[in-house]
Design a binder for this molecule. Structure first.
Ligand code: CTP
Length: 402
């Protein structure tokens, strides 16, 4: 989402300025063009040369610079930007913005800006909580300025409290979501994704599980969020880092996953059920670790779990319902049967015995089977690309219904 975005970063004089250097680097790596405006106080902490080197652009510092790059710089910079980000934003710049004061280049360009403005307050806790600062932030918010809440934690002034500027990656993710929610082709849609395998406990230390890593479902959640959807990811245990800008609900068992899916189901538009769900669970879960006996064998009696997808299929109203079929044989026949039995709009079928596909691989080779009976075969591609195609197809199914 940040590819090609033109961002003016306004930097004021706070100690969190060191994070802004990394932020500029991150934004450029994402393909954004960044132009930095610094106040005089900011230059007490870091020289403009640092930001010029990192941003690859001349840094704007003064209204009276004879060598300025833009004609009437404060107006031209404001017109150039897709977004104006102030990070760190001191109590002083927040007060100036709220009151329309334009007494240096940054505050003047801000007054001239018509693009979206995002403010990242960073200051001492007492200054942040002061009624004047809170009133100024409320004024800005009421005028459509987006405020990114500071974090709580240890501050440079020695106190522990709210006022820390979020980390560069958090601001980058915030910007990503900001643009995705305005421009992404899935904005306004709610997507429920399930991922990873469920685990059924045998005793406090053992469980019945499967080899699913969660990579496919996490890729779908990441892709949907980057296209502006509101994403709920219901995940079984996974070693993966949760994708940015996604609401994650961690579950362990099939029954917990069913409960989480049902709670969200009525309000979602698209469901992608990539989880590898345990079909059976041990009937009796021991309170204490089961000790080894002298017998040569042991039996664990298993009861059938609910079929989550079939349950959702039975309650389907407006939702586009997409399932997965992990097969080791008769791929198309088995997958087709699941489409019918579970009332699906589409199923993503993969032969998990193939190389570069299935559990734990970074790529996948899938066939898409539709309720109509049509089949589309995709080449081997990274799971994130597969995720994109799955979501494209889900959008088409939705569009064809309307
Ligand atoms: N699924 C589910 N609840 C279950 C079992 C499966 O929601 N109890 C979902 C999976 O998330 C997947 C689809 O159903 O989207 C197919 O799962 P799969 O394991 O391939 O098939 P099963 O229906 O379990 O049938 P079988 O194991 O016999 O192949």
């Amino acid at each position: 989402m940040l590819q090609g975005k033109k961002i003016v970063l306004g930097v004021t004089g706070g100690v969190a300025i060191f994070k802004s250097v990394q932020l500029v680097s991150n934004l450029r790596k994402q393909g954004a063009e960044v132009r930095v405006v610094m106040t005089d106080h900011a230059q007490e902490f870091i020289t403009p040369l640092m930001f010029a080197e990192i941003s690859g652009n001349k840094v704007a510092t003064s209204m009276w610079d004879k060598n300025q790059e833009f004609h009437v710089e404060h107006i031209a910079l404001a017109n150039w930007a897709d977004c104006y980000l102030i990070a760190p934003a001191t109590a002083n710049i927040i007060a100036k913005m709220a009151n329309g004061i334009a007494d240096d280049l940054l505050s003047t360009t801000l007054l001239a800006a018509t693009c979206p403005v995002i403010v990242c307050p960073a200051m001492n806790t007492n200054m942040y909580e002061n009624a004047a600062t809170q009133a100024n932030l409320a004024t800005l918010a009421s005028r459509g300025v987006t405020i990114m809440e500071p974090n709580a934690g240890f501050l440079a002034c020695g106190v522990n409290g709210k006022g820390r500027m979020p980390e560069p990656i958090e601001i980058q993710n915030f910007l990503d979501e900001f643009f995705a929610k305005r421009e992404g082709d899935m904005r306004g849609l709610k997507v429920l994704v399930t991922a990873a395998g469920t685990r059924e406990p045998i005793d406090p230390v053992r469980f019945v599980g499967n080899r699913s890593s969660g990579k496919m479902g996490y890729a779908v959640a990441e892709m949907a969020a980057s296209r502006g959807a509101d994403v709920i990811l219901v995940s079984g245990p996974s070693a993966l880092k949760p994708p940015a800008n996604v609401k994650v609900i961690n579950v362990e068992t099939t029954c917990e996953m069913l409960e989480a899916c049902l709670a969200a189901y009525d309000e979602v538009d698209i469901v992608i059920k990539a989880a590898a769900v345990a079909d059976y669970r041990p009937r009796d879960v021991a309170d204490q670790k089961i000790k080894k006996k002298n017998d040569d064998a042991m039996t664990v009696v298993m009861d059938k779990n609910p079929d989550i997808l079939k349950t959702l299929g039975g309650k389907k109203t407006h939702q586009v319902l997409v399932g997965f079929a992990a097969e080791t044989q008769n791929l198309l026949d088995n997958a087709r049967e699941k489409v019918v039995k579970k009332n699906l709009d589409m199923i993503v079928a993969n032969d998990v015995t193939m190389q570069n596909a299935g559990f734990n691989a970074d790529t996948n080779i899938v066939k898409l089977l539709y309720a109509s009976g049509d089949v589309k075969s995709l080449d081997c591609m990274p799971k994130i690309e597969v995720a994109k195609v799955i979501l494209d197809e889900a959008l088409k199914i939705r569009a064809n219904r309307e």
